[in-house]
Design a protein. Structure first.
Length: 297
């Protein structure tokens, strides 16, 4: 009985570890937890510090007391500072009253947001793994999970994430070639894996700002204008070679089948006639223009 119980506990632990690793693999930023250090909000905070509480009893300070109303909307949080020192974070939506003496409020949105990195207005030019210049852009999906860090630890959380995203996008893209022919990872074929790598790298930089990176995907990928025409000619040549190879393989099959059917029908051809037949069939099938038969008189 005890052995079975221990085995069930071990299996449950293994399942927990596998579920955590799976969630981390799909959403690498999920490892960053939310700030739970603050107790549940109070609708009324009359005493933020002993100094503000004492000043609120002075008649000269009574006119400013009505300005202590702090509204909090859904998906928003108010970070409160009193005389420049962090005091509390209000998370519960509704109207709250806080002693306004020495109070500074900083509103932080916890909604999911998207951010363009690069694009038409600010294209990012990077040399790929083969040294070819490419134009890239990306889209970052994120949300703030630690309002205190976003308001106090960085100057501008959105600007901080945007700058870090540009740097990381250049670093990751420069490791891969635009495309490959030998099956190795490239920017065109490994978009999902590259997105995971971008997300993880950006999360490491953005944790200090209290930001959870939920996605980071490539939105645009193209050759730079100075080499786009040359690469287009290269791609057209490769496509033509591939098409010719398919035509030749089909032509060989048709000629082989024709020779076998002639032999099965009792029509025997010597080596000279068979060589002439093969040449004519391949010329007709593989030629770019229509055949022009010549009749000997």
């Amino acid at each position: 009985m005890s052995t079975t119980k221990h085995s069930l506990i071990a299996n449950a632990a293994d399942m927990d570890r596998s579920s955590v690793s799976a969630s981390t693999e799909i959403r690498p930023g999920i490892a960053y937890t939310e700030d739970q250090s603050v107790e549940p909000d109070s609708c009324c905070i009359p005493c933020t510090t002993p100094l503000s509480c004492g000043l609120s009893f002075l008649p000269l300070c009574w006119p400013v007391l009505p300005f202590g109303c702090v509204p909090v909307s859904e998906k928003e949080e108010q970070v409160l500072l009193v005389f420049g020192k962090y005091h509390d974070t209000i998370r519960t939506p509704g109207m709250h009253w806080v002693n306004p003496i020495g109070l500074e409020k900083r509103l932080v949105s916890t909604k999911r947001q998207n951010m363009d990195v690069g694009g038409v207005s600010n294209p990012i030019k990077v040399a790929d793994g083969d040294g070819n210049p490419v134009i890239v852009s990306g889209v970052v999906g994120y949300r703030i999970t630690n309002s205190k860090a976003a308001a106090l630890d960085v100057e501008n959380a959105r600007g901080y994430v945007h700058t870090q995203a540009q740097t990381i996008l250049k670093q990751i893209v420069s490791r891969y070639p635009y495309e490959t022919t030998d099956g190795k990872p490239s920017l065109k074929s490994e978009t999902y894996e590259i997105g995971i790598e971008l997300c993880r790298a950006l999360q490491e930089k953005s944790s200090v700002a209290g930001v959870l990176i939920e996605s980071f995907e490539l939105a645009d990928l193209s050759y730079a204008p100075e080499i786009a025409q040359v690469m287009l000619v290269r791609q057209q040549a490769k496509a033509m070679v591939d098409a010719r190879q398919v035509v030749v393989e089909g032509a060989v099959g048709i000629v082989r089948g024709a020779c076998e059917q002639l032999g099965a029908a009792g029509i025997e051809l010597d080596s000279k006639e068979q060589s002439k037949l093969v040449t004519n069939l391949l010329t007709v099938i593989c030629g770019d223009q229509g055949a022009q038969p010549v009749v000997t008189l």
